[in-house]
Structure formats: structure tokens, C-alpha cells
Write a protein that binds this ligand. Structure first.
Ligand code: SF4
Ligand code: SF4
Length: 390
């Protein structure tokens, strides 16, 4: 784990408080999407498929901060769209930092040199830079040449100005574990704090459908990558080898196929221009709640997760499973310590997948209105349209 002690302490105290009070479901990271517009159109993006009038909308700072307070999570991740397009982003970030919450501002970094002086370095602010691999791989992934070089220059600039920086890497089909390992080396050499990594979620509305990894492919790929990290452990910097990850040890072990975790989508609730998105950051057609309380109390959580819903079949994203791993670490601290020291297991049998039960659910959902207080799904409200480029 690469997070600084201050963050580990504050987040640990928050979780311990929830556990002591017997709270079963608690938010860990608020995913705040204050706009959907982006200056890129990546092949695997499931966020920019909106009509122009929605892409031009911006969430107000007051609305965003109200959601931060309502949710109460100790960490706030701001993806998008591209957050740096939002002209009030510096005020929004300052408002969250003033609340002593840890902000991850997720950006493709193209606009970072232009806007960086609107932000002040703080232990509560991290620029999470989108980089999916080496120059060729990343430029291919974002469908535009030259973006890798801009992102790397922006990382160097942000580090030179004293900002916390992480790299957010999504892996797709056709990855070569050697290349990924080399890319992780390259990223760490830029002086970043750590790498956030997940297999790409197979968004139904992404421009390309052939880029996503299946569940077993993901597990095999991560074992191969971690093997390469382990092979040079003499220069080790993190539990999976010489790299630092912005994840718990047990989440890495899950990626390597050793933990049969169920998703806990409430750990990363999503607030965007439509409201509180049910059930998670990735599923966008399940409706919205009007309040955080309604999201937590009225969502039929049993309909989602591994084996419970076909849309969850290949999902191993950190927004679904990092919360599970962290909760497991608090419940089983010795197991977590062992995993942190040894790193993810890279050989031997994998943990069996959870059983498929969704035939039953699909049959049930045909006869019952399973989601109460859904405002409107985007399809019902006519918002789902072919993607328009800005
Ligand atoms: S940079 Fe992010 S938000 Fe923009 S198109 Fe790419 S994946 Fe989507
Ligand atoms: S497994 Fe969880 S995070 Fe993934 S799509 Fe399903 S509900 Fe969302």
C-alpha cells in the first residue's frame, strides 16, 4: 500500500468507528462526477455516451459539496468526463480539502499544465493521472497520438510543484504482461506515489466492445504481471514486487484470483448530474436515488455482484471490490498482514468463483418491481442516445 500515514490513519479511524458501531454498509470513496464532457473519446469509455445538452451540463460547487457532506466518505474521487474542463473545479477541490477529505482528481492530464497553478499542494489532494500503458498502448487506448507524452510531462510538472500524483491504469484485452511490467517500472520512475489498476469494465455503451477482458483472463494476466514484479524483488518497493499500488494487499490478491470476494458497491457510491446512481459507478442503466440515504436504504443490493447479475460477470473493478478487501482486512487483520508481507499468491489453484444465481433473479425481476424510488432510468428519460462528439 502506498498511501501516506496521515491518510491511512484517518481512513482507518473512520472504518474502525463504523465497525465498532456495527454499521454493515458504509461508504469509503465517493465517486463524484460533476460533468460528463471530455476532451478525449477513448475506446473503452462508458461515460461520454450522452447527448450534447448533457455533455455541456456542469454540477454546481454547492451541489457537489452538499453530496460530499451527505455521503460522509473520507475519500472523494472526481472522475468525469474530464474534471479540468469544469471551470469551478479549483473551488470544488478547495472545498473538499477544507473538509479534510482526501481528493483524487482523475484527469487525462492534457489540461493540467494550463490549470495546475489554480491548485495548491496538500496532503489531501492527489492528481490521479490516466495512463493505460506505455506510449503505444496508451495512445491506442485513448485513440489519439501524443497523449502519453503530454501525460508524462504533466506528471513531472505536478511532482516538481510538490503535488501527490498517482497513475490510474486500466487493462484491456491483448495486454502483454512483460509490457505492463515495464510500464509499471516506467511509471514508478516518474516519482509517483503509486499505481491504481483494474481490468476495464465491459461498458455496454463503450465505443468498442472487443477491448475488454473476461474474469479468468484478468486473473491470469494479473498473476503473470505480479510474477514479473516478484522476479526482481531484491529491488522491491511494494507488496507485489518493485511497484507501489494504491490498493490494499488483499485487493491485489483478489486480482490474482485468490479471493472469492463479493462486490460491495455501496463502498463507492456515485453522485453525478442525474443524482445518486444505483447501484455503482459502472452500471448506468439501473436508475437514480434522490438522496444518499435512499441509495443506501432502498437499493436492492442483492440484485448486484458476482453471480447475481449478468452485467457483473466480468467485473473486478476496484470500485466494487476494494471496499470488500478493506472490510475483510479489518475483520481478519492477520490474513491482511500476511498478504501485505508476502504479496499476492501467483501460483497454485485459484479460489472458485461465486455460484451463478441470476437466472432466479431475472425470473423474479420480471414479476416484481425490484427497485423502489427509481426516479427515471436514463433510457426512460430519453437521455441514452448515440454518442455525439464535442
Ligand atoms: S479520458 Fe476518461 S472520461 Fe475521457 S474519454 Fe477517456 S476514459 Fe472517458
Ligand atoms: S460487480 Fe459491483 S461494481 Fe461491478 S458492475 Fe456489478 S455492482 Fe457494479
Amino acid at each position: 500500500m502506498s498511501v501516506p500515514l496521515l491518510q491511512a490513519f484517518q481512513v482507518g479511524r473512520y472504518i474502525a468507528g463504523r465497525k465498532l458501531r456495527g454499521v454493515k454498509r458504509y461508504p469509503l470513496v465517493l465517486m463524484l462526477e460533476p460533468l460528463f464532457q471530455c476532451n478525449l473519446a477513448c475506446a473503452g469509455c462508458g461515460k461520454i455516451d450522452h447527448p450534447k445538452e448533457i455533455l455541456q451540463k456542469r454540477m454546481s460547487v454547492a451541489d457537489a459539496l452538499r453530496a460530499v457532506d451527505e455521503c460522509g466518505a473520507p475519500m472523494v474521487s472526481i472522475p468525469g468526463g474530464e474534471p479540468l474542463i469544469h471551470k469551478d473545479m479549483p473551488q470544488l477541490v478547495a472545498g473538499i480539502v477544507a473538509r479534510r477529505k482526501f481528493v483524487y482528481l482523475c484527469t487525462n492530464a492534457i489540461l493540467l499544465p494550463k490549470h495546475i497553478d489554480e491548485y495548491r499542494p496538500s496532503p489531501y489532494l492527489t492528481f490521479s493521472i490516466h495512463l493505460d500503458g506505455n506510449r503505444q498502448r496508451h495512445d491506442e487506448s485513448v485513440c489519439q497520438e501524443g497523449v502519453f507524452d503530454k501525460a508524462v510531462a504533466a506528471i513531472r510538472l505536478a511532482r516538481a510543484k510538490g503535488f501527490r500524483v498517482t497513475v490510474n491504469c486500466t487493462l484491456f484485452s491483448g495486454e502483454d504482461p512483460d509490457h505492463v511490467a515495464e510500464f509499471f517500472d516506467e511509471a514508478m520512475a516518474l516519482g509517483i506515489e503509486g499505481i491504481t489498476v483494474s481490468p476495464g469494465y465491459s461498458y455496454q455503451h463503450a465505443p468498442r466492445q472487443d477491448v475488454f477482458l473476461g474474469r479468468n483472463q484478468s486473473k491470469r494476466l494479473f498473476r503473470e504481471i505480479f510474477k514479473r514484479g516478484r522476479s526482481k524483488r531484491s529491488a522491491s518497493r511494494g507488496s507485489a514486487g518493485r511497484w507501489s499500488f494504491n490498493h490494499s494487499g488483499l485487493f491485489l490478491d483478489f486480482l490474482a484470483g485468490n479471493q472469492a470476494y463479493q462486490c460491495t458497491p455501496w463502498s463507492t457510491p456515485t453522485y453525478n448530474l442525474f443524482g445518486w446512481q444505483r447501484p455503482c459507478y459502472l452500471l448506468t442503466d439501473e436508475g437514480y436515488a434522490s438522496s444518499f440515504r435512499s441509495l443506501m436504504e432502498d437499493t436492492d443490493w442483492g440484485r448486484y455482484g458476482v453471480g447475481r447479475n449478468p452485467a457483473c460477470d466480468n467485473c473486478m473493478a476496484h470500485c466494487g471490490f476494494e471496499g470488500t478487501a478493506v472490510d475483510d482486512a479489518f475483520t481478519h487483520p492477520l490474513k491482511a498482514l500476511k498478504s501485505a508481507i508476502r504479496g499476492p499468491r501467483i501460483a497454485g489453484p485459484m479460489a472458485p468463483d461465486l455460484p451463478i444465481t441470476y437466472r432466479e433473479h431475472v425470473r423474479h425481476s420480471v414479476t416484481a418491481a425490484a427497485v423502489p424510488e427509481v426516479i427515471l432510468t436514463r433510457r426512460e428519460s430519453g437521455l441514452r442516445q448515440p454518442r455525439e462528439l464535442q
